[in-house]
Design a protein around this ligand. Sequence first.
Ligand code: SAM
Length: 273
Amino acid sequence: MVATPIGNLEDITLRALRILKEVDLVAAEDTRHSRKLFNHYGIGTPLTSYFEHNEAVKAERIIDCLRRGDSVALISDAGTPAISDPGFQLVSRCREEGLPVKTVPGPSAVVSALSISGLAVERFAFDGFLPAKSKARRQMLAALKSEPRTTLFYEAPHRLLAALGDLQEELGADRRVAVARELTKVHEEMFLGTVAEALEHFGHGRVRGEIVLVVEPAAEQKPEGTVREALLKLQAETDLPPREIVKRVARQFGLSGSDVYRQSLELKDGEGE
Ligand code: SAM
């Protein structure tokens, strides 16, 4: 599985270039598209097509080649194969057949967008392409009301405003979003702001290019009451050991275990008085 550029032709690894030259066959999502990359780097390896609608049949032919001992590289039009691109069927069939699959890593639009978005990166979810129909899209976006991770989607440019409009309806105008457009290309743009600001920014003309939409996680729910009340409640309502109660309350309030432990000792002292 060989990753290729998401725009800028220089974004390809030395290993990817070597492998694409050395393998017996390269299966590509669109052979005409990939020929440009091949011409640019003087790669002469035979190309065969492997796209969404011939995946099942082509996977079997490729398996036959691999069984004969040939080496095959799979590439897609851009980025990492199988990520919102053809490739999964071939990988899973190879796994079933016990044929080795290796990664030749490189760019992927989702990770590239996340890393420069300015939104939280510790935890994230990737949900592929947003549904084209508004009802399904709104359902998906509504689920982000309490989502604690940054969520990323691929989106078509002509649907960006509709998606932002639905986001505003479902999550409010103040949730922040990043819109990564045309990454690594001449008209690269990274917009970061509230949904309302994004609608204002992109609402004035036709939106063009390839887009990753990044949605900020939901604000953490502040727990109600005090640490003391939370400790007493868990003590009264559960059979949890003291150590677990301290851990849970600490997590709830975003405090360190030792802080909460100290407060739990104060409770005990209070009991003795
Ligand atoms: N396999 C690819 C990857 O690893 O990123 C994704 C393929 S998917 C069919 C294509 C979508 O990825 C585009 O519609 C767009 O949402 C996103 N994308 C690809 N290249 C991009 C770029 N240069 N800038 C922003 N988004 C991009």
